[in-house]
Design a protein around this ligand. Structure first.
Ligand code: SF4
Length: 435
């Protein structure tokens, strides 16, 4: 009888990619996907530790499922690495699997069943090998979009961030393997790929491989790949050459995600971000000069320890000056084990929340203004799904990654369509098809 699995994924794109790797491995071990967790023999929670909130959400879901089922519960990802055997001791997990080992989850379940071993949390390089080998394993799930992890882990140690502790040191995959992998994906029908890393601009720093912009250029030359995104960039390592490669290769998206975090140099220093606001402004000027038409999104934290009203206003000033297309905004929350955890919190919960709301209001107005500027433009859109509101409409993203709705049907999914932008409703562009 078939064994069924169900995976619930929390957090970032890296986790989504890890869940894909887990699925492939489970299927090799004879597991088949279940439609819902109630039909599964094993339920895997692939978790995130970046914010307290993310951990609490995952814990609430695990408790809910654990209470009403007698299934194997595996907790994987960053929270498994951070809380480790505590999750087993508290009866929340039957087994815990860290990010190094998640690609061999099928094998680990067999070990758990046969030997009772429950914790797989090693950050030994030897255990990372599965990941490197896994990259070139033949994929079955042909899809027009694929994630491509190019680095794992991070060594930047931003003061607020738990990632270097739970995902380990920077490890770059080999550029030759990545390009070969992208060729395989293209042959299977992939049209869009997203290169993933905590700081993609540091690609090769650990291994002496080619720099990120050369990797990007090599990937852009793979026939059949029509759109390339990359996440996440770090202002301290982002190089002008990357912009030149984007300019010279029309299949690289001009939507750049570049986390700013704060507009105040004092706070950037306290966060250990290793750049200044002036440096960030220079990068934006280069983007304008080299790319012309581009979209820029960012991450911002308010209420970091020591952030004065004047510091916060510098963030607002930067947001107004740069005019981000989109911003992911957060109120600072301390994470155990990070450098900032030892810093005294100086801003009340109410004040953090007030600053966050003020920032969101400013950004919302700017995002809408940026979308309005797209009206009457002709753009390429990649159709991703049927519209939730109409069977005669589809939704997707423009080449600048703005959400767009247009007339269409199921056959358009995964296709590029030429559109003219007509209007903005909420955060979404509405378009008509053009020849
Ligand atoms: S660059 Fe900074 S914020 Fe990003 S993962 Fe690394 S330590 Fe965390």
């Amino acid at each position: 009888m078939s064994k069924h699995y169900y995976i619930e994924t929390f957090g970032c794109q890296m986790n989504k990619n890890d869940s894909e790797l887990m699925e492939e491995n489970l299927q090799r071990y004879g597991y088949v996907p279940a439609q819902a967790e109630k039909d599964a023999d094993i339920v895997i929670f692939n978790t995130c530790s970046v914010r307290n909130h993310a951990e609490n959400r995952a814990l609430a879901r695990i408790r809910q499922v654990k209470k009403r089922t007698g299934k194997i519960i595996a907790v994987a990802g960053c929270m498994a690495q951070r809380l480790g055997e505590r999750l087993i001791a508290q009866g929340l997990a039957d087994m815990v699997i860290g990010p190094y080992q998640s690609p061999i989850v099928g094998e680990l379940i067999e070990i758990y069943i046969s030997s009772g071993k429950r914790a797989f949390l090693s950050q030994n390089l030897r255990d990372f090998h599965h990941r490197l080998q896994n990259l070139l394993v033949q994929r079955n799930n042909a899809s027009w979009h694929r994630w491509v992890t190019i680095t794992h882990g991070c060594e930047n140690f931003c003061a607020y961030c738990v990632v270097p502790y739970v995902r380990g040191r920077l490890i770059s995959f080999s550029s030759r393997t990545i390009v070969e992998y992208v060729r395989t994906l293209a042959a299977q029908g992939a049209k869009e790929i997203t290169l993933l890393g905590q700081n993609v601009n540091q690609f090769g720093h650990d291994s002496g491989d080619i720099p990120f912009h050369s990797l990007l250029e090599n990937v852009a030359k793979v026939p059949g790949i029509q759109k390339i995104n990359f996440l996440t960039s770090h202002p301290k390592d982002f190089r002008r050459e990357t912009l030149e490669v984007i300019r010279d290769n029309p299949n690289i998206s001009r939507a750049i995600h570049l986390p700013l975090q704060s507009g105040s140099n004092d706070i950037l220093r306290a966060m250990n971000r290793q750049y200044t606001i002036e440096h960030y402004y220079r990068l934006i000027e280069e983007m304008e000069h080299i790319l012309g038409d581009y979209a820029i999104s960012t991450d911002l934290i308010v209420g970091f320890p020591g952030e004065s009203r004047a510091d916060f206003e510098k963030t607002i000033e930067a947001v107004r000056r740069i005019c981000f297309d989109d911003a992911f905004t957060y109120a600072y929350s301390p994470r155990e084990g990070t450098a900032a955890y030892a810093m005294a919190e100086t801003i009340s919960k109410e004040e953090k929340s007030a600053r966050l709301n003020e920032l969101i209001a400013v950004q919302r107005e700017i995002s809408r203004m940026k979308l309005q500027k797209r009206i009457n433009r002709n753009e390429n859109a990649l159709v991703e799904a049927m519209s939730k509101k109409s069977q005669k409409e589809v939704m997707g993203k423009t080449f600048l990654n703005h959400p767009v709705v247009l007339p269409g049907g199921r056959d358009d999914i995964g296709q590029f369509v030429r559109v003219k932008i007509l209007k903005v409703v909420g955060n979404t562009l509405y378009a008509e098809r053009i020849a």
